[in-house]
Write a protein that binds this ligand. Structure first.
Ligand SMILES: NC(=O)NCCC(=O)O
Length: 408
């Protein structure tokens, strides 16, 4: 095991939010409020975890964190549009050496209890982590076994979740590895959106495929063909920006332009690679686009039967590194919840009022002040393969006639 991975493992034991709370404990209210404002945009108020949900979490060893994010002001004409948004992060349930069926069934059993807890908490829309019903085996570059986790959109995992969705009238966003039967069995990285009546509303396929670190996902599937799909579910208009897509502000913008009110970011990412970026990207997207975002990451270290290399000169190894959980929700005004645990299976429930979207847009006027035609022109030009960006320098002076209108 390399020194870096050892360090990452040790850090995996730390709960960053608890460290922050320790730091502010004993401070005056003024200092505490100031810290929370700077770091989290303010303080979300905890809401009660129901007895049924609490019993399930104690019995099955997962944590529940539940918060309320208030609107800026009570409106006179519109009724509140309160929605409880959920997110589940989890580790795998049994060893990756077990049979495909055993691994998948064990994950189903684990998630079922967490979803029931979410249902008992009155959650309206919930999202699971990327490729939740399998280990994140794409680091191995092996095809045998891992490909067998892929399922059609209406396959057994969707059918299993549909029953829970219907029972609790809860929209479930179900990220799976998809086998596209109509297209010669091709594989995609897909989310299936199951509406509150248990019917499949539609699907979205991962737009950006990583080519970084051990995320060898391009060995398995292609860039998706459903960019920025927005689903009008029973409770809200939602979009899903799968994992690596969170690095692209233009991608987040697409969901906003198409009317999304909540954008989920189901992910699988490890501490050494992305943890410093994690709290920034989805949060910034919520602010820039005026919608709610929910970033969800798996937890734990997944070890695989065969060694693989990372193409970085370090010894071959069997594990991917530490998936650091830390899932959280952000409102359009930048207020964010504390993160879920870095190590434990956890359920997040956040009650929001979707009216907050218009209140923030009215305040900041981002949709009105943004310059879409200006960006569109640049993106169009930059999309041409022979495009060369120009800078202004002494040897390439600014073309004045372009920026100073002629006098009549
Ligand atoms: N699953 C996935 O796209 N991971 C890429 C790593 C990252 O974006 O942090």
């Amino acid at each position: 095991m390399s020194e870096e991975i050892k360090m990452e493992k040790e850090e995996g034991e730390l709960e960053y939010h608890d460290i922050l709370i320790d730091l502010i404990k004993g401070q005056s209210k003024k200092k505490k409020d100031a810290l929370m404002k700077i770091l989290y945009g303010g303080e979300c108020l905890p809401i009660k975890v129901t007895e049924e949900a609490s019993n399930l979490s104690n019995k099955h060893d997962f944590e529940i964190k539940a918060f309320n994010l208030p609107v800026t002001y009570k409106e006179e004409l519109r009724k509140p549009r309160r929605v409880r948004i959920g997110a589940i992060q989890n580790s795998i349930a049994v060893s990756t050496s077990e049979s495909v069926e055993k691994q998948r069934n064990a994950l189903w059993a684990k998630i079922e209890k967490m979803l029931i807890a979410a249902g008992e908490m009155g959650t309206n829309v919930i999202c699971l982590q990327e490729a939740w019903n399998m280990p994140f085996a794409f680091c191995t570059r092996e095809k045998k076994k891992w490909m067998e986790f892929a399922e059609p959109i209406d396959g057994p995992t969707t059918q299993f979740l549909a029953k829970i969705a219907k029972k609790y009238q809860m929209v479930i966003v179900n990220p799976i590895l998809e086998r596209d039967i109509k297209r010669q069995g091709q594989i995609w990285n897909t989310v299936v959106v199951i509406d509150a009546d248990g019917e499949v509303l539609g699907f979205h396929r991962k737009t950006h495929i990583p080519r970084v670190g051990d995320f060898n996902e391009s060995t398995y599937y292609m860039e998706g063909n459903t960019p920025h799909t927005v689903f009008e579910t029973k409770y809200a208009k939602i979009g899903i920006n799968i994992c690596y897509g969170r690095h692209f502000p233009e991608n987040w913008a697409g969901y906003g332009l198409k009317g999304a009110e909540i954008v989920f970011n189901p992910s699988a990412t490890v501490g050494l690679l992305s943890e410093p970026l994690w709290g920034v990207e989805a949060r910034n997207a919520a602010i820039a686009n005026g919608y709610f975002t929910v970033a969800i990451n798996r937890v734990g270290t997944e070890t695989f039967p065969n060694e693989f290399t990372s193409g970085n000169g370090l010894p071959s190894h069997k594990d991917f590194g530490h998936f650091y959980g830390s899932s959280f929700l952000t409102a359009p005004n930048g207020l964010r919840t504390p993160s879920l645990s870095r190590i434990r299976d956890s359920l997040l429930v956040a009650e929001v009022d979707l009216n907050q979207i218009r209140q923030v847009r009215d305040k900041w006027c981002f949709p009105m002040t943004r310059r879409l035609p200006v960006y569109a022109k640049l993106f169009n030009e930059a999309s041409q393969l022979d495009w060369e960006p120009e800078t202004v320098s002494k040897s390439n002076p600014q073309k004045k006639k372009k920026i100073i209108p002629k006098k009549k």
